[in-house]
Ligand binder design. Sequence first.
Ligand SMILES: [Zn+2]
Length: 89
Amino acid sequence: MPIRRLDPNRYNTGKPIAADADADWNGNNAAFTCPVCSKVFIVTSFNELGRIGLRCPGCGKSTAYITGSAAKGGEARIEWEWDTGEAAN
Ligand SMILES: [Zn+2]
């Protein structure tokens, strides 16, 4: 199952750096673009879904996770099923 992790050093810098165009991470909230259906959705570490995973509300074939925050060693990632045309890794 492919996994994409956001680099916390590319977010919350206050500068217009070349962060990912299809994702965002602000404090305890991360936004992802579903790799399967392109739905944009937000996951937060303020509730348990950040830990257990929030499934894409568009197709249910990807799951986003976030723990902590970008500034304090947190992790934000999305995992999805194979049938996307994306290269397996
Ligand atoms: Zn989706």
